[in-house]
Ligand binder design. Sequence first.
Ligand code: PHE
Length: 359
Amino acid sequence: MIDIDQLEQETLQQISQAHDETALETARLAALGKKGAISALLATLGKMSPEQRKTEGARINALREKATLALAAKRDELEEKSLAARLTCEAVDVTLPAAPNGLDTGRIHPISQVLEELTAIFADMGFSVAEGPDIETDDYNFTKLNFPEGHPAREMQDTFFLAAGGEEKKLLRTHTSPVQGRTMLTEKPPIRVICPGRVYRCDFDQTHTPMFHQIEGLVIDETTHLGHLKWVLEEFLKTFFEVKGVKLRFRPSFFPFTEPSMEVDVQCKRQGGEIRFGEGEDWMEILGCGMVHPNVLRNCGHDPELYQGFAFGVGIDRLAMLKYGMSDLRAFFEADSRWLDHYGFRPLDIPSLLGGLSA
Ligand code: PHE
């Protein structure tokens, strides 16, 4: 016959000595589990005589009740202890400096920076931003821009033609000038837009990559003339290079979509691998421009007897190299985080004419 008092003492002792959840579970199984001592006692009830069941049954049930309560109390105690332990070891010291996040470590790529700077400069002069697709039709890239069929200039730009698919010949645009046509066909003069974007030419060396960036300027109005073009370019270049003034030299050139066409050189000083603008005796070629050709106006739905205007195109990557002193264009596209750490810009230093372009 099992000694109930002794079993009670042993069970309660095992429970109270359990120092963690595993030990407590062992104690529970030993007492109340399927093969536990108290469960075994309970199983004997069936074989007892009614009188015996009255006395013994009450004792056994009381034992089960005590063990159950003791187990629950112990479980609460252990849970409280482990919570207290977690709270002390996981405590947060709010006086510690915040962990570095994207604002500290992330950098704005110089091309994005220059693009923001250009947008700020031209927005201030009343220009808005227009965009066009990278995959362009031969029509917009060449034909509407007055490149005659079979004209050598079509080959001059090292075009990536796409394999013929639909009825229209497609290519990767070789310049941002097709956005001129797209804008003229959808907007009424006065038109004042800049069109930044990626352009593609089959060329690769220190100063050429097969994909690079240009920004196009287009102004169409009734009386817009070369003097306006000159003023806009001067304002743009002196604000961009953050100098008091720039001297420009306009050289006659040829583009099928402008007449007259000019290449613009900016006065500079080269000294020990450094270039300064707004001073010096040297000249550096910086952009192409001209008055929009009457054929282009006509091709894009405007009467050249009523409207006239100018256009210009500049390489964004080249502007970035000149302003921020990088010597190899290829590094722009290598995604080397050390390069970006060095040449990149902080995300919250947003360029503005008031706050400073590259402050
Ligand atoms: N599209 C020309 C180029 O890529 C630049 C240009 C634009 C020239 C607009 C004149 C007017 O070289």
